[in-house]
Design a protein around this ligand. Sequence first.
Ligand SMILES: Nc1nc(=O)c2c([nH]1)NC[C@@H]1CN(c3ccc(C(=O)N[C@@H](CCC(=O)O)C(=O)O)cc3)C=[N+]21
Length: 390
Amino acid sequence: MVTFIIAQIGRRALFSMFLCYKNVNLNFNVQALRTLLTLTPSSKSQAQRRQLSFVRYDKVKRFHPSRGISVCHTHTSKSSCSAIVINGKAIAQDIKDEIKAEVECIVESGKRAPRLAVLLVGNDAASIVYVRNKAIAAHYTGIACDILRIPEKVSEEEVLREIDLLNRLEEVDGILVQLPLPPHINERTICDAVLPGKDVDGFNVLNVGRFCVDQKAFIPATPSGVLEILKRLKIETRGKNAVVCGRSKNVGLPIAMHLHSDGKGDNNAGDATTTICHRNTPPDQLMHFIKSADILVTATGVPGLVTADMVKDGVIVIDIGITRIIDENGKPKLVGDVDFKGVSEKASYITPVPGGVGPVTVAMVIKNTLTAYKKEYDYGPWNKAMSHNR
Ligand SMILES: Nc1nc(=O)c2c([nH]1)NC[C@@H]1CN(c3ccc(C(=O)N[C@@H](CCC(=O)O)C(=O)O)cc3)C=[N+]21
């Protein structure tokens, strides 16, 4: 194991060089995408509904599939309007810049930088991309990031030992085990082995439980990304109809948990009337619930699940589905759950795939790492008890 870690440290140096190179490109792209245009509201209600002070997060030109790019000046005929496309890359960039500034202050004051350890088991192509994105983001903000690549055939015991080691290392603030894990490894066992105070993924059952009862907790990156988007766009959720399609334990369920909670707890919850639809929701019921949604969150991985005829005018659409397909020209492409072209004609806001929730997810993991470093959440005896159990 020691040899393995030493090998990783060597690799890390190479990886940092790669990151430095990647970072230049990343900054360039993000800068190019940041539009600071402002809209001129045509009426007061429009200004209120669209939260115009925050349009810098949107690609202000409205997307209209049949007429190319157009700007809609009136809300009187909403169906002929098209949605504001939420720019997840710009939101992520802002979050990362805030983190970077804070980390700079920490380091200038003579303290060590925060540190994230990522365990990547096996060679899942998507996981490699996601982990790489997290490492690039960490590097950008000044947070140290170690990626421990572990062969697919590793035993559960071995992974638990690795986590135990990281739990005990004072200088490791955040631990993240990339999912999915190979089928012979129990994900619940692994997630629960991560010390709650270092559990930047929020997958440890203690964090899950605390989040459920709306106490301070690490909230998983994708749900907290969605919350951050809603918060930064100042989208009101209280009393609205929220529909979440998909009930996965790490995405759909926590998002619904947050949206429905009454807002009196620690996490500034949504207080929305929340419905969860899932694979056993009959199609007519799915149609019925989606039609009722003011805020629609989809996290199913079923491309084209939501079409224009299913949504109501002005719906806010957060698309978390991410599926790799081969398009009509034979090229690989990422798509969400929503028929973007059609639905963006009726929605008021919509997140694209890629470039929507994904980049914000990455930024939120990094933000959680800074929170872990600052030891903002008090886990009392849990943090130690879990460690001594091993
Ligand atoms: N322990 C753990 N923590 C996670 O947070 C976690 C995980 N396991 N397993 C898988 C999901 C998924 N996830 C994404 C991260 C980045 C993008 C992302 O960067 N998406 C880009 C596209 C990336 C690409 O090119 O494929 C985008 O939407 O623009 C997407 C999804 C984190 N997850």
